[in-house]
Design a protein around this ligand. Structure first.
Ligand code: PEP
Ligand code: MG
Length: 329
């Protein structure tokens, strides 16, 4: 099968009824960009910029950040790279970042002072990162995405901060990106209830199913006893995702999934059945997921998923396995 997947690399990611599915990869290190060519991906759908912060003994300076982002953009060539601003704090604490005593005390770090919450409060970090990203993407399109957006104002504030840096660079007559596209991650369930307010302001939305499922089920994503307990193919998650995807379609905002869910073949099939047309997954999953894509009829699959959700079928996993069997997937 390994040879089969290698051969898959150069084949288009298209369903049998002609729906193009973008297959991108999740990355975090300079070396990860090489995986793009190796597996034949369409770009990097999630670049976790906090990796550089986590592996450094001291806070990476702006120039160092900029070098990393430039190298990654160079390796990607014409393919898009979605840079997620730092998702640190909580359990991804930086030893060199001073915290007040009360900030240290977090009973629930995943729901604590992390990601955009921390970045907006300590905006020096965010400003430096925004400058590094804008400078690295000079002459190219820059895609910036904010993690853990819980309310639209957080997105607005983060976007304004990047725009402010852009204006500063304009005033300095520096070379700029040809365009900046802004996106938010949907991983906090509350955001789904106000998507109509946020979508008109977004260039794209990316669903982070790792954190989203943890918050939907109130189940720690790293807890070994809970790891197998809740299914990504549970009707609760799929109905939730269905509403989000349809809201994005109504507002004509591209929506993708960048959590681990999208890298599993059956789960990816369910997502395509909900109308998702962009997946960002681990490089090793690109071959198997593409092989699946090339054997499904997206329109038929969508009708099948619709029916399962409307009828309230609880064992969606089995239903999808049967459907895949009947359709020789
Ligand atoms: C997610 O939460 O699904 C996600 C993609 O981000 P991370 O795994 O880095 O939290
Ligand atoms: Mg997350």
């Amino acid at each position: 099968r390994r040879a089969e997947f290698a051969a898959m690399r150069d084949l288009p990611s298209v369903t049998i009824d002609g729906q193009r599915i973008e297959l991108m990869v999740n990355a975090g290190l300079r070396e990860d960009a090489q995986a793009l060519d190796l597996v034949g991906a369409d770009g990097i759908g999630l670049f976790r910029t906090e990796f550089q912060f986590l592996v450094s003994a001291t806070l990476p300076q702006r120039e160092k950040q900029q070098r990393l982002y430039r190298d990654v953009l160079d390796a990607a060539g014409d393919r898009p790279v979605v840079f997620r601003t730092v998702d640190i704090g909580g359990d991804k604490a930086l030893p060199y970042m001073a915290r007040d005593a009360e900030e240290e005390l977090e009973d629930n770090p995943a729901m604590g002072w992390r990601a955009l919450r921390l970045a907006l409060d300590r905006d020096g970090l965010m400003k430096a990162q925004a400058r590094a990203l804008l400078e690295a993407a000079a002459g190219k399109v820059l895609h910036v995405m904010f993690p853990m957006v819980s309310e639209p104002w957080e997105y607005e504030q983060a976007r304004a901060l990047v725009e402010h840096q852009r204006e500063w660079l304009v005033a300095q007559k520096k070379k700029l990106p040809v365009a900046v596209r802004y996106g938010a991650m949907l991983e906090v369930p509350a955001l789904a209830e106000v998507l109509d307010l946020l979508l008109p302001r977004l260039d794209f939305l990316s669903i982070g199913t790792n954190d989203l499922t943890q918050f939907l089920f109130a189940a720690d994503r790293a807890h070994p006893r809970l790891a197998e307990r809740y299914d990504w193919l549970s009707i609760a998650i799929l109905r939730f995702l269905d509403r989000v995807v349809r809201a994005c379609e109504d507002h004509e905002v591209p929506v993708g999934v960048c959590g681990e869910m999208g890298g599993r073949t059956l789960e990816a099939m369910a997502l395509i059945g909900l109308g998702v047309r962009r997946l960002s997954i681990t490089p090793a999953s690109v071959g198997p997921v593409k092989a699946m894509i090339r054997t499904v009829d997206a329109a038929e699959l969508r009708r099948f998923m619709r029916d399962l959700l409307d009828k309230g079928v609880t064992d969606i996993r089995s239903a999808l396995v049967d459907w895949a069997g009947e359709h020789a997937i």
